[in-house]
Write a protein that binds this ligand. Structure first.
Ligand code: DGJ
Length: 381
């Protein structure tokens, strides 16, 4: 009798363990925004402020490695790969921080929002990221550039700095370029100061040293020209700068968008020849309402539209901040809005909010979904 009971218990235990393992190992078939997301090793995906590159049938997700204590970079940029966007394999560290105190990417510097694009001519993978120098808070406002021969890396750090020094944005008038007022002439946040900002006060201030570059993304257009889109002018104005053919430098051509509009977290996609950009406002790690901008030419006139989010918590972008818009390979007009739910008190616990971009009444919208899969796009095919 006793043996029978022990045997029964063991059997039940074995079944339970088997089921639990099956559960853990089960392939994911949907997105669950805001929920814990594990990689193939059952470890939490650690790729915040990320972006995705699609190359030869595989997606590569790059992001900031975060620890429990600080938002600074102690590891570097991580990479995960996937064939289906739901299940991700850990590819390790794509760009490692340096131990050398003289390196701009030394341990303890700040590396945010890495994005990777592929240059078909040079066959190089090119990574851009927001770099803040160790011990200097957010004042450096640099872009960092690294390259690799392989999508998952390792990436070699090439250079860092401000952007487009000695160049004027093409949509700044002669009067704005030659104005002689100085930042010290104004009290911050007054109407006059805001007016001066809109008229290029900080562009002139940073003309020689180069323009500030913080939150950022990259975009490769159909003609293979690439663009760096970044929050500049103390986060008050977005810039879009054209890159050279090898994607390693700037051509000097750039525009300002929404001067004084306070846009961060730019993410962009192109549909039917039109450019759509979703940004956030500037409230540190706290979420705020997203904004939508459209343009017919990437370096043309951009128009601001209302918040693309609808429904509960729309005014807080569902408690998240955008980082990238991912075009789904093989599907028409299928775009995923990737966002971060930051947890600055325990950065590693930041969550990923991925939502499909839907189309309603001629405009793109984002609405919350606890769980969804790529079939939502089939109705658009
Ligand atoms: C908001 C930005 O979008 C983040 O990437 C990060 O820089 C935080 N600000 C820092 O406060």
């Amino acid at each position: 009798m006793m043996y029978k009971t022990i045997f029964k218990c063991r059997y039940i235990l074995a079944v339970m363990v088997f089921c639990a393992l099956g559960q853990v190992r089960a392939q994911k078939t949907s997105f669950q925004p805001g929920k814990l997301w594990f990689d193939n090793n059952q470890r939490l995906i650690n790729a915040h402020g990320g972006g995705v590159l699609y190359h030869e049938g595989k997606y590569y997700w790059f992001g900031e490695h975060k620890g429990e204590q600080s938002n600074a970079a102690w590891v570097g940029v991580t990479c995960y790969s996937s064939a289906d966007l739901y299940n991700w394999e850990d590819e390790g560290v794509a760009l490692a921080v340096s131990k050398d105190e003289d390196s701009p990417i030394v341990e303890g510097s700040t590396i945010e929002r890495p994005k990777v694009i592929y240059n078909e001519e040079t066959e190089k993978f090119v990574m851009y990221f927001h770099l803040e120098l160790k011990g200097r808070g957010y004042e450096a406002a640099h872009v960092g550039i690294a390259t690799s021969d392989n999508p998952a890396g390792p990436y070699q750090f090439i250079k860092n700095g401000r952007v487009n020094s000695g160049k004027w944005p093409s949509n700044m008038t002669e009067g704005q370029r030659t104005s002689t007022d100085k930042p010290d002439d104004y009290e911050w946040w007054t109407k006059e100061w805001m007016n001066a900002i809109e008229n290029g006060l900080f562009v002139r201030r940073d003309f020689k040293a180069g323009q500030m570059s913080r939150d950022m993304t990259l975009f490769v257009d159909d003609d293979h020209k690439a663009y760096h889109i970044y929050s500049s002018e103390d986060n008050l104005t977005l810039h879009i700068a054209e890159l050279t053919e090898d994607y390693l430098d700037y051509t000097g051509k750039y525009i300002r968008i929404e001067p004084g509009g306070h846009n961060e977290a730019p993410a962009i996609f192109k549909k039917d020849g039109r450019y759509f950009m979703i940004t956030s406002g500037c409230t540190g790690w706290d979420p705020n309402a997203a904004r939508l901008l459209t343009a017919d030419h990437i370096l043309g006139q951009w128009t601001l539209h209302p918040n693309p989010c609808v429904g509960k918590d729309a005014e807080l972008t569902f408690h998240s901040q955008g980082t990238f818009i991912l075009p789904v390979a093989g599907k028409n007009d299928a775009f995923i809005f990737m966002a971060d739910r930051w947890r600055p008190e325990n950065p590693i616990d930041g969550r990923y909010v991925w939502l499909p971009i839907l189309f309603e009444d001629g405009m793109h919208i984002l609405q919350w979904s606890n769980q969804w899969d790529l079939s939502v796009f089939d109705q658009l095919d």
